[in-house]
Design a binder for this molecule. Sequence first.
Ligand code: F6P
Length: 358
Amino acid sequence: MKRFGILTSGGDCQGLNAAIRGVAKALYEEFDEEVEIYGIQDGYRGLIEGIYCKMKPNDFSGILTLGGTILGTSRQPFKLMRVVAEGQVDKVQAMKANYKRMNLDCLIILGGNGTHKTANLLSEEGLNVVTLPKTIDNDIWGTDMTFGFHSALEIATNVIDCIHTTATSHGRVFIVEIMGHKVGWLPLYAGIAGGADVILLPEIPYNIKSIAKTLKERNKAGKRFSILAVAEGAISLDESKLSKKEFKAARAAMTQPSIAYRVANEIEQITGQEIRVTVPGHFQRGGQPCAYDRMLSTRFGAAAARLIMQKNYGNMVALRNGSIVPVPLSEVAGKLKTVPVSCEEIQAARDIGITFGD
Ligand code: F6P
C-alpha cells in the first residue's frame, strides 16, 4: 500500500482543484487499489496540527472546473516556521511527526513562493516531497508559467475592457490596480491585452511627471480618455532609492488605501484632471479556471505523479519551453521570477506606444 498526503498552501488561485484532481487520478491509475491519499486541511497548518483525512477516489471527481481549493489553504509565514516560542510546538518537528503518523511515501504540495521555501525545508529534513507551482502572480522561479495566472489574466483584462467603455463615454482617466504581489507579470499582460495606455510595474520605477506628460500629450492629441494599469507592487523612482527599512516606513506613512489611489492623487495634483480608481482585488483570484489553466494543472498533476512513481523526490514540476520538467526545490526556494525590463513583451508594448512612466 502506498500513502500520499496532499496540501494546498498560501493564497488560493484558479486551477488548484484541477491540479489536485490531476495528481490524484494519475496516482490511482498507476497504483490501482494500492493507494491511499490523505487530504491535509488548510495547508501547512493542517500538517502542523495533524488535521487530515483519508480521501476517496470520488472526492476528486467533478472538481476540474471548481475555483478555490477543496482542501482549504492558509498562509504560514516561512520566517515563523523555525521560531519556537515558549509554550508552542516546534512546527517543523510537528510536520515531520504527522508525516510519519500518516506513514506517507510522499507529500504533494501545491503552492507559491513562500510555500516552496517550506517545501524545500521539509525536503532537507528528509521528507519525500513533490511540488506544483501555483499562483496568479507567475513569480515562481524555474517555471515559465504557473497555473492560476491565465485565469486571473482573463479577469483583469476583462476589468480593463469594461473600464474602457465607461472611460470612453465620460472622457475620463482611469486607474486599474492589478495584483501580482512584488512582480509585474499580471499587470503587464493584462495591461497589454486590455489596451492600457500606461502600465506601471514594480520592475520599472515610475516618475509621476513622466506619467503626467503622457496624459497631457494624449489630451493634446484629442484622445478622450486614458487608462493606466498599475501593479499593486508599483514603486516610484524616489522609493526605488530607499533602503528596505525606509521603504517600509514610507509605505506605512502612506495615507491612501493603496498605490493606485496614491498615483491618482499625484496625477490630480499635477494635471488637475479628475481620476477614477478601480481595484478588482481578490476578484482576480476567484471563480473557475480558464481552459489553459485546467490544461496546465492537469499536466502538472500527471507529471507530479510520474515523479512519484520514479521516486524522484525533492522536485517541483515546471513548464520550460513547452515541456514539463522537474526542477530541484533547492534551486526554486528563495528566488523570485521578476519581469526582465528588456523582455520582448515590454518591447512590444513600447513599440505600440504604451508608456511605463519611466
Ligand atoms: O500571491 C497571490 C496574491 O493574490 C497577490 O497577488 C497578492 O499580493 C496577495 O496574494 C494577496 O494576499 P492575501 O490573499 O493574503 O490578501
